[in-house]
Design a protein. Structure first.
Length: 352
């Protein structure tokens, strides 16, 4: 009798542990740019399957990666959305905390729009002019040294630009959009200027070289505006002098309120982004914690739904929200990785 009671107690305990170690609702964190796409897939999963709608939080790419890589425990996020590729150091952090099996899902492209209130006369800006507007340090007039950024008006940079104050509402350091902007604009421009490269030649270790080229000014001209890109849109409608930096999908969603500024004479559109003509475009991702697949039954189904033609195909639902579709070959390869739960490696991250 005692043995029977003990056995029943152990069974009940095991059942409780199993219940606590598994859950139906997926936990997703990360990029504010990927957020609307991820939320749309979450709603589709909730309405078409037996699983509850996943919880999607907009924490920024960097913040999401920290949460995702904090451990493999069931209480940690299952998925991290990212508006840039995972960094080597983030994969290392994951591995150090026991998150050793991750699958990378490439979903499509997005442009980083430079926009302003639609009621204000628009203008064209080059990548170099944009970099000079937001960098903490810029070349002196003789081009031999770096000085604290003195530019207060666009016309200070070039007389052909508007005589209006430089006010830039943009993403914070935790944002993947900020990372991409720094890489695609500041680094792209400054790594070709001797005044930068000569000064930092001694710092070519551990990718520190390029970080030196992408420090954004903190004197009030560039205003960090949180992870919610809709707040930047709202600020632009209240301040006609300002420009904002955010994902193309938010420009598409708010085209009645804001208009894109051309960069190097090219406007941010679905066509210019997908063909690579628009100079400030990047890839969108989400990352799957494969250790959670067995305890979160909805996880695999969500990932497969996200990668389906229904969502990311040429006529998919996410295209209506501003996601720029991958070509057939790239999309098929990305889908195959997810369906096979292919493990991400450091070598993968070094490939472009």
């Amino acid at each position: 009798m005692t043995f029977k009671k003990t056995s029943m107690a152990l069974f009940a305990s095991a059942l409780l542990v199993t219940t606590l170690s598994a859950r139906d609702q997926i936990k997703i964190v990360g990029s504010s740019t990927v957020y609307p796409f991820s939320s749309s897939v979450a709603e589709e999963l909730g309405s078409t399957t037996k699983f509850p709608t996943p919880v999607v939080e907009s924490t920024g790419t960097g913040g999401g990666m920290k949460l995702f890589c904090s451990g493999a425990d069931i209480n940690t996020p299952d998925i991290a959305n990212a508006s840039r590729r995972m960094k080597d150091k983030e994969l290392k952090l994951c591995e150090e905390n026991g998150v050793t099996d991750i699958t990378e899902a490439l979903i499509g492209f997005d442009g980083i729009a430079v926009a302003q209130d639609s009621k204000v006369t628009s203008f064209n800006v080059t990548k170099a002019q944009l970099a000079l507007a937001v960098a903490e340090q810029v070349p002196s007039k003789d081009g031999k040294t770096l000085i604290a950024n003195p530019y207060k008006k666009w016309s200070d940079i070039d007389a052909s630009l508007p005589n209006r104050d430089i006010i830039v509402y943009g993403p914070p350091k935790s944002s993947g959009t900020r990372d991409s902007f720094e890489e695609l604009v500041l680094q792209h421009v400054f790594e070709k200027m001797p005044v930068y490269t000569d000064l930092f030649k001694a710092d070519e270790k551990a990718n520190k070289k390029y970080e030196k080229y992408s420090v954004i000014r903190t004197d009030g001209v560039y205003v960090e505006s949180g992870e919610n890109d809709n707040l930047i849109v709202q600020k632009l409608t209240k301040n006609p002098a300002a420009i904002g930096i955010f994902g193309y999908s938010f420009l598409e969603e708010n085209k009645d309120k804001v208009v894109g500024i051309t960069v190097d004479s090219i406007a941010p559109t679905a066509d210019t982004i997908s063909t690579g003509k628009y100079p400030v475009a990047r890839s969108m991702y989400f990352y799957i914690k494969n250790a959670h697949v067995k305890d979160v039954p909805a996880l695999k189904e969500y990932a497969n739904l996200f990668m389906s033609e229904k969502m990311i195909g040429k006529d998919g639902i996410l295209g209506e929200l501003g996601l720029i579709t991958l070509d057939d070959k790239t999309r098929d390869a990305a889908r195959k990785k997810v369906m096979n739960s292919e493990k991400l490696t450091v070598e993968d991250l070094k490939q472009h």
